[in-house]
Ligand binder design. Structure first.
Ligand SMILES: Cc1cc2nc3c(=O)[nH]c(=O)nc-3n(C[C@H](O)[C@H](O)[C@H](O)COP(=O)(O)O)c2cc1C
Length: 356
């Protein structure tokens, strides 16, 4: 197979996301060996069997070939360094690493998510690899999350946002949690795609709060602070909540802010026309001058399956890159990204019904 085709095949193999293990053994001289391997797979429950495959070129291959036992250490999510250490070819990889020794003499690395000790019962040829089949003697599981690996990168494994339980329409609190988790995970990619600073806004006990800003490439402002309560009427995030949440939820906060800020202004500076326009256009907009730089923010609502606004997706950038035009491509893209997230948490776009 040509190099290029081989690389493409490796990429295809890489789309199959796995855990990460360090398989260990001990040679006839008593020396410990270990190698990072994601080829591990469970095979059978009765009798309990597992397999993994090792490159014939690995320095530790003779040790695994000769040994009657091996142990599979399933790495925890904070053990990337352990994975890297055992992925480097060489002699002593165990120096300074806290380990225990199992009954059969196999090194067990502390802090792992699980251990499986095996007796080797067969070795099969597998091209440039050897496939080791082991019968499980002992196993143990720890209450920590496993490390994952896919597409050539380390990953963390979270339960799927649309997994079991996601279909209960009465579960609005879970919807909110799911939405938050989904957006948290999506934020870095969103900031890349939207080419600006992206914020996740939630309605908390003090009103609109941007719980996280993701700077994105070349951010216009570098000192945005996550976790700040923002103005309900002067920020895009706050205005989005005012437009889509019931008035009773936000009006007391607007009154309070108004009383604090300026007594000469009318109490309710957020007009119903303004909110109606925001709802029609699907985004709220605000601008602020930060150290002489005009910064604009656009905010779009995220809805749950019941059509309630659960969060705001906010995009901030220099004002000259975000014209005050709801049909500008950046506003359109923000609306589309927000709608895509809403759909993932069960929201169904209202269908226009034609009158007879
Ligand atoms: C995530 C990951 C998974 C790996 N999986 C395997 C595997 O399943 N089999 C294998 O032979 N090598 C695998 N490797 C590569 C070995 O860990 C690497 O070749 C190691 O240096 C071999 O050590 P040795 O030459 O000291 O025996 C993997 C490496 C990484 C980073």
């Amino acid at each position: 197979m040509q190099n290029e085709t081989q690389r493409q095949l490796r990429d295809v193999f890489g789309t199959f996301v796995t855990g990460v293990t360090v398989v260990t053994t001990r040679d006839s001289q008593g020396q410990a060996h270990g190698v990072t391997a994601n080829s591990f797979s469970s095979v059978s429950l009765d009798p309990p069997m597992v397999l993994w495959s090792q490159s014939l070129k690995a320095l530790s291959y003779p040790a695994f070939q000769d040994s009657d036992h091996f142990a599979v250490n399933i790495l925890a999510e904070d053990q990337i360094e352990v994975s890297q250490r055992f992925a480097r070819s060489g002699a002593d990889k165990f120096g300074g690493l806290p380990i225990d020794i199992s009954e059969s003499g196999m090194p067990l690395i502390r802090g792992c998510a699980a251990f499986i000790e095996c007796r080797k019962i067969a070795t099969y040829p597998g091209g440039d690899h050897a496939v080791f089949l082991g019968q499980v003697d002992q196993f143990r599981r720890m209450p920590v999350r496993p490390l994952a690996f896919g597409g050539g990168r380390y990953m963390v494994a979270h339960p799927h946002d649309l997994g079991a339980g996601a279909d209960d329409p009465s579960d609005s609190k879970l919807d909110l949690l799911r939405a938050q988790r989904l957006i948290h995970h999506a934020l870095p990619d969103l900031a890349d795609r939207l080419k600006g600073i992206v914020g996740l806004g939630l309605w908390a006990n003090e009103g609109a709060t941007v719980v996280r800003w993701e700077p994105g490439p070349d951010p216009a402002v570098r000192d945005l602070v996550s976790g700040h309560v923002v103005s309900p009427q002067a920020s895009a995030t706050g205005l989005a909540f005012c437009a889509w949440l019931p008035r009773t939820r936000w009006h007391p906060l607007v009154e309070r802010e108004q009383a604090r800020v300026d007594h000469s202004q009318p109490i309710d500076s957020v007009s119903e026309e303004q909110l109606e326009a925001i709802r029609r256009e699907g985004v709220a907009r605000s601008t602020v001058n930060r150290n002489g730089l005009e910064v604009a923010a656009l905010s779009a609502p995220l809805f749950d399956r019941a059509g309630r606004m659960v969060a705001a997706l906010t995009l901030a950038d220099r004002a000259d890159r975000m014209p005050d035009d709801p049909n500008h491509p950046r506003a359109q893209q923000l609306r589309e990204e927000a709608a895509a997230i809403s759909r993932r948490i069960g929201w169904q776009e209202p269908q226009l019904t034609k009158s007879a």
